[in-house]
Design a protein around this ligand. Structure first.
Ligand SMILES: [Ca+2]
Length: 415
């Protein structure tokens, strides 16, 4: 799937136009790609045969689960895709288009104590249940918990506990990031509601503190019922502010991951038409959308006020890509040369690393050997040893029935 999360099919056209402009005119200083030397790393294909893979987790050293956008969680055991379906929520989903599509089964994360409690969490898009007097929504996004059956590779399909739901005005910009922080709380990302330019209400959803849309939430799921709000969330007790909010001003924070060494949370935040960005999550911070896109005024188009806004740690222009796919800080052992570097990509295929230098993060290009030609990057994963993986799709969506265009690759030591 493409997470343009606003790039729709026209996005590639827009990309081409942006590239032409880059040659024809003087654009802002977006040539930060040359901050650091390019590096080359190796990869091997673990498996293909996956339908529109969206996310990847490792429940055991020799097991991986991949979520398919169309609803199944597939088991890969000892490096082989099996016939085991851990869980299939296709009957709960909206009708997922075979072409470009941002909805569906979008993410999965394991409870920090998964090994003992068998709990995991998924993010999916279900049909909106129209209630009288309420405006019509495109769909409803759901964060739900499931539990494994005892001594089984399958989840109990009847174990669903819905943690929270969010009605969505449009089909795009679902966010869908879910991850446990080092503090044991669940962080959930929601996009701005969709459409484009965050034209929701008078100030846009990103800056409207009375909605979860355009926010990162922080909640405690280790309670009976649904969830509770940690007392030290930054906006608890403030009038007309949702207390679940941990940070705000996002457009489509598609992926959020934990650096297990620094304990920081990294976010790939998909931009509108011009700038993609990566953020490090900070309590109570305003990441600027729709006022700004990356480090640039958006609405208003000029003369915007950057006071109080938290800038991204990196940005890149749409001459280099169209939808950032947030990755991981590498914490593995096989590639000491990339330890501590944040590896991430763009849906259209380019990959970069970020490396901290003083109080800045600098960016360099990554060439990945064996990267499949013309494939989209749809996600990243980290196994229990900290080794890194990426998911690809050769189409812009799930494809038709029986079509499997997705693959899983592992980053490995250079030969
Ligand atoms: Ca921002």
């Amino acid at each position: 799937m493409k997470t343009s999360l606003s790039i729709k099919p026209v996005a590639l056209g827009a990309l081409a136009i942006a590239s032409i402009l880059a040659v024809a005119t003087t654009l802002p200083s977006f040539t930060k790609n040359s901050d650091l030397a390019a590096i080359t790393i190796n990869s091997i294909k673990v498996t293909d045969g996956i339908k529109a893979p969206t996310a990847l987790v490792f429940p055991a050293p020799n097991k991986a689960w991949v979520t398919e956008q169309t609803g199944a969680i597939r088991l890969i055991k000892n490096g082989k895709l099996t016939d085991v379906v851990v869980l299939d929520v296709k009957d709960k989903l909206v009708r997922v288009n075979s072409g470009y599509e941002e909805r569906g089964l979008l993410n999965i994360t394991l409870h920090p104590k998964f090994a003992s409690n068998g709990k995991f969490y998924i993010f999916y898009s279900r049909p909106y249940k129209n209630e009288q007097g309420k405006p019509r929504f495109n769909h409803t996004d759901v964060v739900a918990e499931y539990k494994m059956l005892p001594n089984s590779d399958q989840a109990d399909p009847n174990s669903e506990r819905i943690i929270l739901t969010q009605d969505k005005p449009d089909g795009n910009h679902n966010g869908s990031g879910i991850v446990f922080g080092a503090d044991g709380y669940l962080y959930v990302t929601f996009g701005d509601g969709g459409g484009q330019h965050d034209q929701h209400g008078t100030i846009g959803n990103g800056q409207n503190m009375n909605t979860w849309l355009g926010k990162v939430l922080r909640i405690n799921v280790d309670i009976e019922g649904t969830y509770s709000v940690p007392k030290d969330n930054p906006f608890v007790g403030k009038p007309d502010v949702k207390p679940e909010i941990w940070a705000y001003g996002f457009r489509n924070p598609y992926r959020i991951t934990l650096d297990k060494t620094s304990k920081q949370l990294f976010i790939g935040e998909v931009g509108q038409d011009t700038w993609e960005e990566v953020d490090i999550l900070q309590k109570g911070a305003n990441y600027g959308w729709r006022l700004v896109e990356g480090n640039h005024c958006h609405n208003p188009a000029t003369g915007c006020d950057f006071n109080g806004l938290t800038p991204p740690i990196t940005e890149y222009h749409h001459s280099e890509g169209v939808s950032v796919i947030g990755g991981y800080v590498y914490n593995g052992k096989q590639l000491p040369s990339i330890k501590g570097k944040y590896i991430f990509g763009d849906w259209t295929g380019p990959v970069w690393y970020l490396q901290k230098s003083g109080d800045k993060w600098l960016r360099g290009k990554v060439t990945i050997n064996n990267f499949p030609a013309n494939a989209k990057i749809t996600g990243w994963g980290e196994d229990q040893s900290g080794e890194l993986y990426y998911l690809t799709n050769s189409e812009t969506g799930p494809g038709g029935p029986g079509v499997t265009t997705g693959s899983l690759y592992k980053i490995v030591k250079n030969q």
